[in-house]
Design a protein around this ligand. Structure first.
Ligand code: DGL
Length: 266
């Protein structure tokens, strides 16, 4: 049982930012990642559509005998995680924008959140603000088009830069000292964002915390692979663009074989 894989998915390549943390926290685990890039972005889709896609992908992960599932997408977590947890018996972890850690570190008490329209409109995000945003000012900004930039591998193009400039301005105008990267695609834009904001502003995301939490959940369920050998990594995508695999390799960082990349029609 313990040598079974951990399934990780996202609307596209963004969840690779989480997969990297999972790999370093749990190097012995076999990992299967699916990028639903054909249907990205999820941010402008209905919750019903996202639930349907998430169920399809969860079924695929179960066919691969996965022992747990990570929804490495804030938008899919908000729309579909309750449904998934209700219908599947394995441990399922999700992502939420790092409002809680941001509230703990902000000095000015003004926190910015960059996320998708779907995440910001969700009941889960409203609950997050209710629970952790009461004593701070939270400036939210929906970043339409940014996911697509990362999907195309444009981490520092003119259009990515110009979109970001517009999205960062209201946050800077409000005097934020902490910015939450509330979408798993955005950590890939961290170097660009850092070059566009004053150095005292901190960027926070939840990839590392989710990897730590996953380790704990697997340990608590006696599902950890403690063999000490190096686990395999299989990455599947339904993106048929000519540069799809090149983008994945670049985002992953080109290191850490064995690394299997395949086209999956799902
Ligand atoms: N990576 C997804 C997230 O964390 C992006 C959603 C989208 O495709 O719009 O929300």
């Amino acid at each position: 049982m313990n040598t079974k894989s951990i399934g990780v998915f996202d609307s596209g390549v963004g969840g690779l930012s989480v997969l990297r943390h999972i790999r370093s926290a749990l190097p012995s685990e076999n990992l299967i990642y699916f990028a639903d890039s054909l249907h990205a972005p999820y941010g402008n889709k209905t919750p019903e559509f996202i639930i349907e896609r998430s169920v399809r992908i969860a079924d695929f992960m179960l066919e691969q005998q996965c022992k747990s599932l990570v929804v490495a997408c804030n938008t899919a977590t908000a729309a579909a995680i309750s449904h998934l947890r209700h219908h599947y018996a394995l441990p399922i972890l999700g992502m939420e924008p790092a409002v809680k850690p941001a509230a703990a570190v902000t000095r000015t008490g003004v926190v910015g959140v960059l996320a998708t329209v779907g995440t910001l409109k969700s009941a889960q995000f409203a609950a997050l603000l209710e629970n952790y945003g009461q004593h701070i000012e939270v400036v939210t900004q929906a970043c339409v088009g940014l996911v697509e930039c990362v999907e195309r591998g444009e981490l520092d193009s003119l259009s990515t830069r110009s979109l970001l400039k517009g999205y960062l301005k209201p946050l800077l105008d409000h005097g934020v000292d902490t910015i939450v990267l509330g979408c798993t695609h955005y950590p890939f834009l961290k170097p660009l964002i850092e070059s566009m904001i004053p150095t005292h502003i901190a960027l926070v995301d939840t990839g590392e915390a989710v990897a730590r939490h996953l380790k704990q959940v697997l340990a608590d369920s006696a599902l950890l692979d403690e063999s000490g050998r190096k686990g395999s990594i299989r990455i599947g995508t339904n993106n048929s663009e000519p540069n799809a695999q090149e983008v994945i390799l670049r985002l992953w960082g080109g290191e850490d074989p064995p690394f299997e990349l395949q086209s999956v029609s799902l």
